[in-house]
Design a binder for this molecule. Structure first.
Ligand SMILES: C[S@@+](CC[C@H](N)C(=O)[O-])C[C@H]1O[C@@H](n2cnc3c(N)ncnc32)[C@H](O)[C@@H]1O
Length: 227
C-alpha cells in the first residue's frame, strides 16, 4: 500500500519540475497532483507494474508522467496530447528524463507503443462515442498481457453530479481551456461492457472523492503473465 508520506514526497518532487515552466504551471501542477483523487489512486494501482512502458493518453502537461517517474523510476514513459502548448510545458518540466517520448498529436491516430500500463485521465469525453470505442480498442491492443488500463472519466446517469460534470466540461471547452470536439459521457456500465468485450477484466471504482463530480475509474486488466 502506498504510504501517504511517500505519495506526498513524490508530489513535491514532481511538482518542483514545473518551476522552470512558470508560476502558473507550477501552481497548477502542485494543486492538481495534490488535490485530484485520481492521481493517488493511480499511483497506488501502479504498484506491481513499475517496469516496462507507461503510456499516458491525453497527458496534458505531463503531471502523471512526472509523478510516475518520481515513484517508479524504472518505467519508460510515453505521453501524447493534441494540445501543442501543453506538450511544450511538459517538455520543459520533464526535460532531462531518459526513456521518455512526448508526442503532440491526436490519440486516435498516433501509434501507441506496446505497454504494461496505459492511463487515460479525463480525456475520452472530448470525442464522439464512436471515437471513444475506437480508442478503447486501440488501448486493449497496445496493452501487454498482465498489463493494466486505467481510465478516469465522468459518467452519465448520476443525476446532479453528472449534470455538474457535463456543465463544467462544456464551459472548459467553450472557453478554450480544453481542446475538444464536444462533451460526450455515457453510463459507466456501457464502458465496462465495451472493455470486457475487448477481453479485459474490468473493475469500476468511484473516483470523485472530495469533489462534486461524477467521476469513475475503470480498471482493466489484460489476462496473462507480465513479461
Ligand atoms: C482535462 S485534460 C486532462 C489532462 C491529463 N490527463 C490530466 O489528468 O491532468 C484533457 C486532455 O486531453 C487532451 N485531448 C483531448 N482530446 C484529445 C485527442 N483526441 N488526442 C490527444 N489529446 C486529447 C486535451 O488536450 C487535454 O490536455
Amino acid at each position: 500500500m502506498l504510504e501517504t508520506a511517500t505519495a506526498q514526497a513524490a508530489i513535491a518532487q514532481a511538482a518542483e519540475r514545473y518551476r522552470p515552466a512558470g508560476r502558473w504551471a507550477y501552481g497548477f501542477a502542485r494543486g492538481k497532483m495534490g488535490g485530484d483523487p485520481a492521481y493517488k489512486r493511480v499511483l497506488e494501482l501502479l504498484e506491481g507494474h513499475g517496469r516496462g512502458t507507461l503510456v499516458d493518453v491525453g497527458c496534458g502537461e505531463g503531471h502523471l508522467l512526472a509523478l510516475a517517474r518520481a515513484l517508479y523510476p524504472e518505467l519508460s514513459l510515453f505521453g501524447v496530447d493534441h494540445d501543442g502548448e501543453r506538450v511544450a510545458t511538459a517538455r520543459v518540466a520533464l526535460h532531462g528524463f531518459e526513456r521518455l517520448v512526448l508526442e503532440a498529436g491526436d490519440a486516435r491516430t498516433v501509434s501507441l507503443p506496446a505497454c504494461q500500463v496505459l492511463c487515460c485521465l479525463d480525456v475520452l469525453h472530448y470525442m464522439s462515442l464512436e471515437d471513444q470505442d475506437l480508442l478503447l480498442t486501440r488501448f486493449a491492443e497496445a496493452l501487454a498481457p498482465g498489463g493494466i488500463l486505467l481510465i478516469r472519466d465522468g459518467r452519465s446517469g448520476a443525476g446532479f453530479r453528472s449534470t455538474l460534470t457535463r456543465l463544467s466540461e462544456q464551459l472548459a471547452v467553450a472557453f478554450g481551456r480544453h481542446k475538444g470536439e464536444g462533451v460526450y459521457f455515457r453510463e459507466a456500465e456501457a464502458t465496462r461492457a465495451t472493455l470486457s468485450a475487448l477481453g479485459l477484466e474490468v473493475e469500476l471504482q468511484d473516483c470523485a472523492q472530495g469533489t462534486p463530480f461524477a467521476n469513475v475509474l475503470w480498471i482493466g486488466r489484460k489476462p496473462g503473465a507480465q513479461a
